[in-house]
Write a protein that binds this ligand. Structure first.
Ligand SMILES: Cc1cc2nc3c(=O)[nH]c(=O)nc-3n(C[C@H](O)[C@H](O)[C@H](O)COP(=O)(O)O)c2cc1C
Length: 522
C-alpha cells in the first residue's frame, strides 16, 4: 500500500463511523472472560526501579500546558529523576479503584475504556543514572526494562530522515499501541483510539516536560518498520504512533549498531485468545513510510502549510472575542496536583461555567503544537466546533472557534442539550455538561499534503488539544470527559460551516456533580 493512495483512509474512516443504525446493528458484545490485561508485561526482563520520590516542578498547570515553543537553547539532558517524573505525569498510575470484579488502575491521562493500550518506550544515550539503551516503561511497577543495550538513537535518527530534533535529543520517547487491548471493546474503531489515547498522554508529556524546561518536539515522520523492529513490536498486532524528541544536546556521532537483530522477548498473554481486526492493520500499513527518502520527501511536501496570522481580539461584530483569565487570575495549582486529581467526569451538574473559564480553556489549549510537521504559526488541521449548553454571558447554541481571531462565531442559537446528548452516542454526559468541544478536520487538503499519514497527523493534533482541554478544565476546578460520537450527524449538525469535514475528537467540559457537592459541603 502506498501512503499517497488515500482511498485507504477514506475506507478506514468511513468504515469505522458510528451511526444510530450501525450501533443498533452491531452484535459485538464484551467477552469479559477474554478481557485483555491493560499492561505489556515482559516476564523475563529484570526491572530497573525508577526513583519514587517525585517532586513538583512548581509551574502552574495552565502555564505548563500552554507552552508551545522551545525557550531553552542550552544543553539539557534529563536525569533519571526528571524522566521518572515525566513518565509518571504522562502514563503513571495515579489512582486505584476497587469494584466487585477487581481493581482498575487509573492513569495520569484519560484513555478510551480505561483499557490503556498505549505503551511508552525510551531510546537513549547514556544519561545521569541510566545506561544507553532501549527501554520499556512499566507503569504497573514503575520501572524500566531494558530491551536492548547500547545507543540506538542514530537508528531512530536515520528512520526520521535525520530530523534535527531527534539528532539533538538525548532521549527519544516512542508511543506504541497493542491493538487488541483496545479493539477487544471497540473493534476496528480502535485505530482512531491509537491516536486519541496517544494524544491525551502526549498533552501530559508536553506539559510535564515544559514544566521542567525540557524541550520536547513531536515527530510523526519515521520509517515505521525500523522503529517497530527497534522496539521489538509485533507488526501484526502493534504499531508505533508517534515519537517525541526530548532534551537538547549537540548532535553526536554515535556508533553504528545495526543490523537490528529481532528481539525475542517473552511477554505475558493478554487474554485467552485475540481477535484480529484487519482494518486496523491495513490503515497502519497504508499510512506507513517505507524508507528514509520517503520520510524526507514527506516532510518536505508538508512544509508548504498555509500560515496563520493571529489578529487577536477583534471588533468584527459577528465574532465574540475570548476573554481568558489574566495571568494574575488563573489558579496557581501546579501541573502535578492537577494531573493527580484529573479524572473523567462521570456526571455533570448542568450548572453554567463562566465565559472567562471557557475562554481560558480554549485559549490555553490552542496555542499550537510543536512537531516535525507543525508549528504554532501554522493553521491547525482541526477546527473546534462547540455546543454551548450553559455558559454565563454566552447564548446557548452552536459555535465555531475562529482560532486566528481568538474568537467564537455563533452558528445557531438555541438549547441543544438534547441534540448534544444524541450526537455523543446518546449518553447523558454531552447533554448535562456546559460545553461540548468537537474537533473537525477537512481531510481532503490534509490527505493531499500528507497522504494517508495525514490521518495520523489530524487525529493526533485533535487529541493533543483535547488532552490539554482535560488538564485546563481540572486546573480551573472543572470537570471534563472525552466522548465518542455519531460521525456524520455531528458534521450535519454544524453544517453548512462544517460541510465536508470529519470529526476527529470530542470532549465535554463543565461542572461535575461531585465538585458541586464538595463546594456546598466546604
Ligand atoms: C478519547 C476519549 C473518548 C472517551 N469516550 C467516552 C465515552 O464515550 N463515554 C464515557 O463515559 N467515557 C468516555 N471516555 C472516558 C474514559 O472512559 C476514561 O478516560 C477512562 O475510564 C479512564 O478514566 P479517567 O479518565 O477518569 O482516568 C473517553 C475518554 C477518551 C480519552
Amino acid at each position: 500500500m502506498n501512503n499517497r493512495d488515500v482511498r485507504a483512509t477514506w475506507d478506514y474512516h468511513n468504515g469505522t463511523k458510528h451511526s444510530y443504525e450501525s450501533i443498533r446493528a452491531n452484535r459485538h458484545y464484551l467477552d469479559w472472560d477474554n478481557q485483555p490485561i491493560p499492561f505489556k508485561i515482559y516476564s523475563t526482563l529484570s526491572p530497573i526501579r525508577l526513583p519514587e520520590h517525585l517532586s513538583s516542578a512548581g509551574m502552574t498547570a495552565l502555564d505548563a500546558l500552554s507552552v508551545s515553543e522551545i525557550r531553552e537553547k542550552s544543553a539539557i539532558v534529563p536525569s533519571l529523576q526528571t524522566l521518572a517524573e515525566i513518565l509518571y505525569l504522562s502514563a503513571g498510575i495515579t489512582k486505584r479503584r476497587t469494584y466487585p470484579g477487581g481493581e482498575i488502575l487509573f492513569r495520569a491521562a484519560a484513555c478510551t475504556g480505561a483499557l490503556y493500550h498505549i505503551d511508552l518506550y525510551l531510546v537513549c544515550g547514556t544519561l545521569p543514572g541510566l545506561a544507553a539503551g532501549v527501554y520499556h516503561f512499566g507503569p504497573q511497577d514503575f520501572v524500566l526494562r531494558q530491551l536492548r543495550a547500547g545507543d540506538w538513537r542514530s537508528v531512530v535518527g536515520r528512520a526520521t530522515g535525520n530530523e534535527p530534533a531527534i539528532a539533538h535529543a538525548p532521549v527519544i520517547i516512542a508511543f506504541a499501541s497493542t491493538y487488541w487491548r483496545n479493539a477487544w471493546k471497540y473493534q476496528s474503531r480502535a485505530y482512531r483510539h491509537c491516536y486519541w489515547d496517544s494524544g491525551t498522554i502526549m498533552a501530559n508529556l508536553l506539559a510535564a516536560s515544559a514544566a521542567r524546561d525540557v524541550p520536547a518536539r513531536i515527530v510523526l515522520g519515521f520509517v515505521d518498520n525500523t522503529v517497530s523492529k527497534l522496539l521489538g513490536l509485533d507488526p501484526a498486532r502493534e504499531g508505533a504512533t508517534s515519537l517525541v524528541a526530548l532534551g537538547n544536546i549537540a548532535p553526536e556521532a554515535t556508533p553504528e549498531l545495526s543490523p537490528i537483530e529481532p528481539l525475542v522477548l517473552e511477554t505475558a498473554l493478554l487474554s485467552k485468545s485475540e481477535v484480529e481486526y484487519p482494518a486496523m492493520r491495513a490503515m497502519h500499513q497504508a499510512s506507513s513510510l517505507e524508507s528514509e527518502n520517503e520520510v524526507i520527501a514527506w516532510r518536505k511536501a508538508s512544509a508548504t502549510a498555509p500560515g496563520v496570522e493571529y489578529v487577536g481580539p477583534t471588533s468584527e461584530p459577528h465574532l465574540i472575542a475570548l476573554r481568558p483569565l489574566s495571568a494574575q487570575e488563573v489558579p496557581s495549582d501546579t501541573l502535578e496536583s492537577v494531573v493527580q486529581r484529573r479524572g473523567s467526569t462521570r456526571k455533570f451538574s448542568r450548572e453554567s461555567i463562566s465565559f472567562h473559564a471557557l475562554s481560558t480553556m480554549l485559549d490555553r489549549a490552542t496555542r499550537g503544537i510543536l512537531s516535525d510537521v507543525s508549528s504554532p504559526n501554522e493553521r491547525p488541521a482541526n477546527d473546534l466546533y462547540l455546543i454551548v449548553n450553559a455558559v454565563d454571558d454566552l447564548a446557548a447554541g452552536a459555535y465555531v472557534f475562529r482560532s486566528d481571531r481568538r474568537a467564537l462565531e455563533l452558528l445557531k442559537e438555541g438549547d441543544f442539550r438534547r441534540e448534544a446528548g444524541y450526537l455523543g452516542l446518546g449518553q447523558e454526559i454531552p447533554a448535562d455538561c456546559s460545553v461540548n468541544v468537537f474537533f473537525l478536520a477537512d481531510l481532503n487538503p490534509v490527505l493531499q499534503r500528507f497522504g494517508n499519514r495525514g490521518y495520523r497527523v489530524a487525529q493526533l493534533e485533535a487529541s493533543v488539544m483535547g488532552g490539554k482541554l482535560y488538564l485546563a478544565a481540572y486546573a480551573l476546578g472543572l470537570g471534563a470527559s472525552g466522548l465518542t460520537f455519531f460521525d456524520d450527524d455531528v458534521t450535519d449538525f454544524f453544517s453548512p460551516d462544517a460541510a465536508g469535514k470529519s470529526v476527529m475528537f470530542l470532549i465535554a467540559l463543565g461542572k461535575s456533580v461531585k465538585q458541586s457537592r464538595d463546594r456546598v459541603g466546604s
